[in-house]
Design a protein around this ligand. Sequence first.
Ligand code: HPA
Length: 254
Amino acid sequence: MKRFAIIGGSGLDQLNALEITGRRPVMTPWGAPSAPLCEGLFKGAPVIFLPRHGEEHSLPPHRINYRANIAALRDAGVTDIIAVTAVGGIGADSGPGVLVVPDQIIDYTYGREHTFFDGMGATVDHVDFTLPYSASLRKLLVGSAALVGHAIVDGGVYGATQGPRLESAAEIARMARDGCTLVGMTGMPEAALAREAGLDYATLSLVVNWGAGIGGGEVVSIEEIMQCLRDGMGRVLEVVGAALSAGLSPQAQA
Ligand code: HPA
């Protein structure tokens, strides 16, 4: 039986449409997650919601306890995580307002607690990460976007940067040469930890600005980012809602 969780990012610190049935503060061997686990019904489907940056958006990307977040969800019986991320666009098909379900990751972060195999007694397991996102969950998200009539880019390379500052134009140019089509600050180590925990994990990214220096070198406007978040989050939630219903349907569970 599948049990879904949504990890909310910037612009999704509260899931207003969630009919809350329980709000549980939890603790893990890795510390406390970003917020209590919020259980409830989203568009009729049972789900657990966890805001990655905390309920008041107070945790910067490098201070998020990714291990506690993933461990808490796993311990709550979650099998599948839909991670919502706001990102910058680098690829020509990934401009502001576009929804993307990336299929690859490059990790540029540093100094983050990034593994559960950390000398705490567990035998080290070098998990396969060839395909960093769950193929079945990606397919569910892409199919759900089609169901609700929203255009979506199927595939992309998420470059995870350290933040909290945005990138320089040269950094974005280098990421483009590396093959990145998106840039965000929270995709790693979240995806790798979900893999280590044996959970299905995929990201639904909303592009909220062009990466630094793209399209003429104008500075990235925080106002544009906020506007894109306001304009795009409704579509994100429609896709997520459709994915939960389809993913929990008797046919999907069979
Ligand atoms: N860079 C990194 N993270 C981001 C960006 C960006 O341009 N936009 C939204 N999240």
